[in-house]
Unconditional design. Structure first.
Length: 80
């Protein structure tokens, strides 16, 4: 179900980007939540993340994931 929702969000955002391709700032604002969400999904799926955060509490894991994916969301769109 999460994959279907993520796919629908990506399709919607890509369509919005196509319609708004003249405004780069708006495009980046639309794509950032998708990039951050996808980062979180992929990060949680990696074995390295699971091993390296095994001893952390849930709050600390969420804080670290927010920091990492926020950085990815900010910098992944610099070349658009």
């Amino acid at each position: 179900m999460k994959k279907i929702i993520a796919l629908l969000v990506v399709i919607f955002v890509l369509f919005a980007v196509y319609l708004l391709k003249t405004d780069i700032g708006l495009t980046q604002k639309l794509l950032k939540p998708v990039v951050v969400y996808q980062c979180g999904v992929e990060l949680e799926a990696t074995r390295l993340w699971k091993v390296s955060t095994a001893l952390l509490g849930e709050e600390k894991k969420n804080q670290l994931q927010t920091q990492i994916c926020g950085c990815v969301g900010e910098n992944a769109l610099n070349d658009i």
